[in-house]
Every structure is written in C-alpha cells, then in structure tokens.
Design a protein around this ligand. Structure first.
Ligand code: PMP
Length: 285
C-alpha cells in the first residue's frame, strides 16, 4: 500500500484521502485509468501510457487533467514520496462529482488520483514459470479500446479463472475468436513460428506492452501477423502468452486444460520476455 497518494492537486497520506460519494467514476464508471510498470527505478513506456490516457479521455469527450509534462512531474514526485523502485503506478481520472444523473453534465471539475504499489514483478513465479488460462465469453461493451474503469465483466472473468484453478481468463467473441485477457492482451505462436495477436480495433485495448512486444519481436526477426485467432487455433499453438504492465509477458502453459506445446515456457516467449526486461530496465526516470 502506498504511504502517499495524489488526489486533485495534493499529495496526502492514504488515510487522509477521500473522494465525493457522487463522483461519476464511482457511480457510473465514468472514468479512465492507466497502470505503469516500474522496474529498478525505471518508468516503463511512460509516454505511451500518457498518450493513451489522452486518447481514452478524448473518446469520452474529456481533456487530460494536466499537461503531459505536469503529469510526468506529478508521477515522479509520487515515486519519490513513496520510495518506489519496483512496482506500479496507478492513475485514474473521472469526469468529476455531480448530482446523480445519467445525462453527462458539462463543466465538471475532474477527479484525478494516483497511487503506487511496491512489488517486484520480475520475481513473480507466474511470470517466470507460466500459468494456466481458461476461456470465457466476452460480454463487455463495444469500446474496449477505451481504458475505462468499467471492469465488472473483466473482474468476473478473472474470478472465474481463479475459481477454476487457472490464473487468467481469455475472452472469446461470438465467433469463438479470442479478443484478449481479462487484464492483458493475448498472443499465440503458431506451429510454423509465427507470432499472432489481434489487431487494435474497438474490440480490444491496444496494450502499451503489446506495442512494445511487437517492436521487440520485429527487432529479433520473429515472424509476426496481426490478426484474430480462434479458440481452435490455440489448441494447436506451439506457444502462448499474455502481456500487460502488471503481467509483463506471462507464458501460458495450458488453455482450458489443454497443454500448449510441451506445457512449458516456449523458446520464443522466453526471448521476448527477456528482451522486454532489457528494454524496460533501459528506460529512465
Ligand atoms: N487488455 C485489457 C483488458 C487490460 O486491462 C490490459 C491492462 N490494463 C491490457 C489489455 C494490457 O494493456 P497494457 O499493456 O497497456 O498494460
């Protein structure tokens, strides 16, 4: 738990922080968020996350709460106050507080919060050794490219996975094609060594880790195809993994109880994981 949090222009001790009970983020999920990975004091893909925050807000008719430069400075101050070296930065912006009404009011004063979590993700066994995945029907709304806090379907999917003894749920659309994980992007490597992930349409969140992994794959001469893949295709995949700021590149050992490849961390996945960490630990504050 972070000692200090940021709420609307102030750094406060966590127990001193509060938001209005009529905040639209709380009542309607009328808010967006970002999560940034911090490793060995490096802030990974900060610009990408701030750009995507601006994108999500723009799609919902909101402006960034501060300039990108000011947001960067505020992030750095929170890192300093919490002595954060390894972990996560969470930021959320809601449209603000107003008397409860579905009609979106104009001119509200946004609620902008940030907190941090100290955790060394690089040491997590799930990331190093891989996990099992189940699939569930994707029941979310049609604008999954917007990183909104309306995450109930994602929470239900993740909880179903854990109840089934797995670690992540991959969601499938009405044609049985995988959209993405409950909080991650989904990837397979086919039998003929082609890395495949779904294109960034409205159907999925265009992960910042996803974009970086594509760059790393291309730099390492991994063959790459951006296309949707079906649940049936996962059964004959050589390797599979998922990506996000919190799961980095996590190997998938099985899907719905069916082993992927040899049921161990695949060689291409391992190269991408390793190169991702090299990349991450070269970024600076
Ligand atoms: N898809 C969903 C639904 C997610 O929640 C996340 C992580 N927030 C991602 C993909 C991965 O995004 P990123 O790599 O930017 O963390």
């Amino acid at each position: 738990m972070s000692r200090f949090v940021y709420v609307n222009d102030r750094f406060l001790r966590r127990h001193e922080a509060f938001i209005d009970i009529e905040d639209r983020g709380f009542q309607f999920g009328d808010s967006v968020y970002e999560v940034i990975f911090v490793t060995k004091g490096c802030l990974v893909d900060e610009q990408g996350h701030i750009d995507r925050l601006a994108y999500s807000m723009g799609e919902l008719g909101m402006d960034l709460p501060k300039s990108p430069v000011t947001i960067s400075l505020l992030i750095r101050e929170l890192i300093r106050l919490n002595d954060l070296t390894d972990g996560l930065i969470y930021m959320q912006v809601s449209r603000g507080a107003a008397s409860r009404d579905h009609l979106i009011p104009k001119g509200l004063s946004q609620t902008f919060i940030m907190n941090t979590r100290q955790v060394d993700l690089t040491a997590k066994s799930s990331i190093n050794e891989g996990v099992d995945v189940i699939t569930v029907r994707d029941i979310r709304w049609g604008r999954r490219d917007i990183k909104s806090t309306q995450l109930l379907a994602n929470c239900l999917a993740k909880s179903e996975a854990v109840r089934a003894g797995a670690d992540e749920a991959w969601m499938v659309d009405e044609n049985n094609f995988v959209t993405e994980g409950s909080s991650s992007n989904a990837w397979i490597i086919t039998d003929d060594q082609v890395l495949v992930t779904r294109p960034p349409t409205h159907d999925i969140l265009n992960g910042i880790t996803r974009r970086t992994i594509i760059d790393i794959a291309l730099q390492n001469n991994v063959m790459f195809e951006e296309r949707a893949f079906s649940l049936d295709e996962t059964k004959i995949a050589a390797e599979a993994f998922f990506t996000s700021a919190t799961s980095l590149a996590t190997p998938v050992l099985s899907i719905n109880g069916i082993a992927i490849g040899d049921g161990v961390v695949g060689p291409i996945t391992k190269v991408l994981q390793d190169q991702y960490l090299v990349y991450a630990q070269q970024t600076s504050l």
